[in-house]
Ligand binder design. Sequence first.
Ligand code: BES
Ligand code: ZN
Length: 392
Amino acid sequence: VLGLALYSTFTVAETPIYSYMTIGSDMVSSTSKALGKDAQIISSNDKVTLMKIPTFKAFTVSSLMHAEKIRCPGFMLHESEAEAKSYSKNALSGTKANFFEYTVDQEETVNELISQVKEATIVSTINKLSGYQNRYYKSSHGLASSTWIKDYWTELLKSRTDAKVEFYKHANWQQPSIIATIEGSTFPDEVVVIGGHADSIISGGFGGSTDSNMRAPGADDNASGMATITEVIRIAVENGFKPARTVMFMGFAAEEVGLLGSKEVAASFKKAGKNVVGVMQLDMTNFKGSQQDLWLMSDYTNVKQNEFLGTLIDKYIKLPWGYSKCGYGCSDHASWTANGYAASFPFESKMEQYNGKIHSVNDTLATMNNSALHATKFSKLALAFMVEMAKE
Ligand code: BES
Ligand code: ZN
């Protein structure tokens, strides 16, 4: 629960002088001790504290978090104070507003589709993606790996006249996001999103040592989520699944550097007035760190949609699950939440027991026993979500 989010306000030559940072309130006293007078508390509640700090002190905070074995790096950068606040404002205990009527009645279709999930195809996608030197947002490898995803999804969907796969290009870095769309047959304007991040990184600390040729396999974080989604597409197509609502599969660029890709995508959807009825984020699905199999992150997500996912797990997956919390906007679901959409984030373990190899050269399939068994559960959940959300 002890992540931290860092918000820069004022930028000179790309280095912000002051930064706004939200941290778990349980970290305030050690942070204040480390930063002394430099740390200014702006607001605080029992969960989260917003602080203003000189940016050069961010590394101190990052090291502190690390030393206390909390998160690495666990912060995000924002372009403005206003944007920073929109992230921290509504998202902390989970959003409640909801218009969607959740029902569960597609037993036959869901059971058929989930019976077709194969570990081997997920393994092969994870191997392919983690075989790139890295998938860093500013490197040629980041572009090449996302091009592979686009081409592969295009190949999977090629028989479908109601589908397309596109890049969503970003002005400030090379790696595009990827969006595959299957048009809804009855309510094409209502959109169900299943997404994950396509990029990878290794930690270098704040302002640290990320270079475009670093080795960052990111097998769990997040080749696993992208492979989980790819398996859903494969099965949807092989069964001629025709959604009544539009279904979009997304691979976001630049998540690891502050949710940058999803931030642009979600904001553009909001600006265009798109009616996204539900979002599922898949980021880290293949490391079984806890006894319960599936974990729903309860912060920066939608309460009712989370409950709906719990119902889907009980009915279709029939495995133990629980609620956990990141404590900060730790993945792309937070971008959707910040733009007013209902998002959920099913996760591989409870927060305290996630895969400690992420953001290192050892985030490989080998360090996950060369198995994708855990990820299969998430493909099943995503299939159930797709079918029950996109039905008539
Ligand atoms: N997959 C992680 C998020 C994560 C890690 C969730 C561990 C739960 C447990 C994601 O790719 C990531 O690293 N996010 C950053 C934050 C982002 C705003 C830069 C992080 O957690 O440091
Ligand atoms: Zn990560």
